[in-house]
Structures are given as structure tokens and as C-alpha cells.
Design a protein around this ligand. Structure first.
Ligand code: CMX
Length: 435
């Protein structure tokens, strides 16, 4: 059975559950909202529904019920590699089932046929000044492809219908997912490697071909696979996923939705933190020690100086998590195997010991532990991607797996346009009993 057929089956079954909940139990309360939540980033308000992943504050992410170690263990592996097919993970996120090797490979073949970038996208990127941030180029490249949208074409031609609208959304999502590694690598080679673009290799899976188009030898293919899988989804309330969900709720297509999401991912408190971590380490260590690996005491002093300058420690803390991010652990395990002698990895490991007690001592940081971004830069640097600005693009390729799965399901379940209610400060004061 193809992924689309399997998904159609799952959607039919799931619709009954959603319809029943809405019809028979729609008035059941699941949360209350405080002033601190309304005026404080809506933190913790239960107001979104997704089955793609769930983030337990103490355990970390589960993709369709599976932890990261389980996903890496159970998904079918690319022959000769340590890591699984990224395509297999996409299958899991969309259907909730671990695919067989044949199913993962069939999906890989389907995506291969959709990989090439239209020429006008390359022209668009070439027309941009070369010092444009790669996330701007990435978002612009995605938006430029909006004219390819099958969903938008159906809508324009009067073919849209609520029951089957997810199908053209699915086609768009697969087209875009297949093209994102090509787009990312194209931007990298254009911007940082004197425009020496490397062609896609049709014999390779998504992760393998990304490494090929980046021009980086093995085991970078496994780094890419691991990286895309662990960054794929983090529930639907984070800035990038929520942005895509919000934009798609207006019946906007995949291209509009995902390019908007990339604007959010580009923020320093979200996806840009991965470039900030390495920049912080290298600038701090270079400035203070001329590049020498610091002692723990020196590192503690640098951390305290950064905080006293009113800056956050990038890569530490989280809006939901209350323990070390399992995405950090997965990367640490890879690094312990492959990066043992890397001095930057030594500093990253030392920070893991030094930062949490310092942040805890501030008494206000809810999660003093490292998040995914505390580790990603050092692995990329090790394999030659020394251009920090590019790291968020890598995050953006991986994040699409979850976000696109979510918006296909949003459309399949007919979620309506999102429109929360605002209140005024006067109203808050009245409810608070302030005269
Ligand atoms: N360094 C210093 N202070 C921190 C901090 C850190 N790493 N993390 C939180 N704090 C501070 C907050 O700035 C806040 O201070 P004020 O009350 O003075 O404003 C206080 O601790 C309470 O914040 P919180 O409730 O613990 O955290 P939030 O939910 O508000 O914010 C996050 C979460 C990620 C934005 C924050 O921890 C942060 O800025 N971390 C550094 C940036 C980073 O690594 N971002 C990547 C997140 C991962 C992802 O995108 O998935």
C-alpha cells in the first residue's frame, strides 16, 4: 500500500473520533486561562490538537508515541548506514506506523522524482545579494515555488472540497519536502562555496543526497539523517509549527504556510539559537583565551559575564521541557562516538556541567538544562560547515517533516480558521479587581 493510500485509510478512521468529540463532547473543559498566560506568551494553555508528537516536560519528545532512541532503533536503516531513512520517519509521522524497509524505500523513490528545483527559484536566489541571511534565501525560495501549488490550483479552479482537500495538500507537502534539501544545499554552495553547485544523485536517499549536494563525505550523510529526524517535530505550539498551522488554517497552501514558519524559526529565541551557541563559544573563548580550551572555572566566569551583560545563554532553557533535551542526548551520543578528540566538543561537554548550576542559582530559569541547539553547531562545524548562519536552514529542512505532516492532518480533519479572542488591559484590571 502506498503512503497516500495508507494515509487515506487512517484519515477515514480518525475523522470519526474527531467528529464524535466535537459533536458529543465539545463543551467539556480541558483548561482555564490566567492573566499571566494571556499576557505571557500563552504558555501552557491547552488549545491545540496534534497526534504527530507529544512533548512531555520531564521526558522530552515522543514522535507518534516513540522516544528518539526508539525511533532511531526501529525505523528501517539505509543500507550501510547507522541511521534510518528520513523518508521512513516521514511515513511514521504521517501514519503513526513504523514502515517496512520496502515502504520506506518506495517513499524514497517517490521523493526522488520531486527533488529538482525549478530554474526560476535558482534565478530568484541568484538575484539576491550574497550577504543575505541564508534563512531569508530559504524562506524566499519556498515562497517563490508557491506557483507550483496543486492545492491553490484546485481552489482557484473550483475543485476544492473539504473531504478531499487534504490530497492536493499531501502532493504539495511531498513536493516541498523533496525539494528542501536541494534548496538548502543550493543556497549553501551558491553563498559559501563560490557558486559550485553539486547535482543531486538519484541513487541516494534524502539524507545521503543532501550530504552529496553539500559536498561533504560520509559519515555526514548519517549526521544529516539524524539531524533531520530529531528536529522534525516538537508538538504544534512552538513558533515554527504554530505559524504554519495558523497560516494553513486560512486555507493557505503549503508554500505560504512553510515560508511563514521559517520567519519564526529564524528568530534567536527559536531556531537561530543553534548558530548563537557556537558563536558564543568561539567568540568568548577566542576573546579571553586566544582559542585555548578553557578550564571549568574560566568557563563559569564567561557564563556569568554573559548573564551580567543581560544576555541569555544560548542553547539552554526551554518553554516546555524541564530536563535535558533528548535531542541533545542523541547528538551527544553521536559525538561521543565520532567527535571524541574535537576541542569544541570538549567545551560543549564542559558547558553541560557548568551552565545548569549557574542558571539554577538565578532562581527564575524554569529549565536550566541544554536544549537541542546546545549541541547541533559543534557537529556541523566538525564536518566542515563553519558558516554558523547556515545552521538554522538545516533545522528548517528537518522541521518540515513534522510541520507538513501536521498541516496535512489539519486539512484532513477540517480544522477551522484559527482566531483566538483578545482582551484589553482595562478588562484584565477589572477581572483582577484593580480599582
Ligand atoms: N539564559 C539566561 N536566562 C534565561 C535562559 C537562558 N538560557 N532561559 C531562560 N532564562 C530567563 C528568561 O529570560 C526569563 O527571564 P526574565 O524573567 O528576566 O525575562 C526567565 O529565565 C524565565 O524564563 P523561562 O520561563 O525559564 O523560559 P521561557 O519559556 O520564557 O523561554 C527560551 C524559553 C527557550 C526562549 C529561553 O529559555 C531562552 O531564551 N533560551 C536561550 C535561547 C535558546 O536556546 N533557544 C532555543 C530553544 C529551543 C527551540 O527553539 O526548540
Amino acid at each position: 500500500m502506498s503512503l497516500k493510500e495508507k494515509l487515506a485509510e487512517k484519515i477515514t478512521q480518525h475523522r470519526e473520533r474527531t467528529t464524535r468529540l466535537l459533536k458529543e463532547y465539545g463543551s467539556v473543559k480541558i483548561d482555564e486561562v490566567t492573566i499571566a498566560q494571556a499576557a505571557g506568551g500563552m504558555r501552557g494553555i491547552k488549545s491545540l490538537v496534534t497526534d504527530i508528537s507529544y512533548l512531555d516536560p520531564d521526558e522530552g519528545i515522543r514522535f507518534r508515541g516513540y522516544t528518539i532512541p526508539e525511533v532511531l532503533d526501529k525505523l528501517p536503516k539505509v543500507p550501510g548506514s547507522e541511521m534510518p531513512y528520513v523518508e521512513g520517519h516521514f511515513w511514521l509521522l504521517l501514519t503513526g506506523d513504523i514502515p517496512t524497509l520496502e515502504e520506506a524505500q518506495e517513499l524514497a523513490e517517490d521523493l526522488k522524482d520531486r527533488r529538482n528545483l525549478p530554474e526560476y527559484v535558482k534565478d530568484t536566489l541568484r538575484a539576491m545579494p550574497r550577504d543575505t541571511h541564508p534563512m531569508t534565501m530559504f524562506a524566499a525560495g519556498i515562497l517563490a515555488m508557491q506557483r507550483e501549488s496543486k492545492f491553490a490550483a484546485d481552489y482557484k479552479n473550483g475543485k476544492y472540497n473539504k473531504a478531499t482537500g487534504w490530497e492536493s495538500m499531501y502532493e504539495d507537502a511531498l513536493d516541498l519536502m523533496a525539494k528542501l534539501p536541494t534548496l538548502g544545499a543550493y543556497i549553501y554552495r551558491l553563498k559559501y562555496k563560490d557558486d559550485t553547485v553539486i547535482a543531486s544523485d538519484p541513487s541516494l536517499d534524502l539524507g545521503g543526497d543532501f550530504a552529496n549536494m553539500m559536498g561533504i563525505a560520509t559519515p555526514y550523510d548519517d549526521v544529516a539523517r539524524m539531524y533531520f529526524i530529531i528536529h522534525s517535530d516538537h508538538e504544534s505550539g512552538n513558533v515554527s509549527a504554530h505559524t504554519a498551522h495558523l497560516v494553513a488554517s486560512a486555507l493557505s497552501d503549503v508554500y505560504y504556510s512553510y515560508s511563514a514558519a521559517m520567519g519564526g524559526l529564524a528568530g534567536p529565541l527559536h531556531g537561530l539559537a543553534n548558530q548563537e551557541v557556537l558563536k558564543w563559544i568561539q567568540e568568548t573563548v577566542e576573546k579571553n583565551l586566544g582559542g585555548k580550551v578553557p578550564t571549568k572555572d574560566e568557563l563559569k566566569r564567561f557564563v556569568e559575564e554573559t548573564l551580567s551583560n543581560g544576555q541569555v545563554i544560548p542553547g539552554y532553557g526551554h518553554a516546555v521541557l524541564r530536563r535535558t533535551d533528548p535531542r541533545y542526548i542523541a547528538q551527544r551520543e553521536f559525538a561521543l562516538k565520532h567527535l571524541q578528540d574535537d576541542p569544541l566538543f570538549e567545551v560543549v561537554s564542559m558547558l553541560f556541567e557548568v551552565v545548569p548550576p549557574v542558571l539554577s542559582s538565578l532562581g527564575k530559569v524554569k529549565d536550566p538544562w541544554p536544549n537541542v541547539d546546545a549541541h547541533s553547531g559543534v557537529i556541523q562545524w566538525h564536518y566542515g560547515i563553519v558558516e554558523y548562519d547556515f545552521y538554522t536552514v538545516l533545522f528548517g529542512i528537518g522541521r518540515a517533516l513534522g510541520v507538513l505532516s501536521n498541516i496535512i492532518w489539519d486539512r484532513a480533519l477540517g480544522y477551522p480558521i484559527e482566531r483566538p479572542k483578545s482582551v484589553t488591559t482595562d478588562m484584565l484590571e477589572k477581572w483582577a479587581g484593580i480599582q
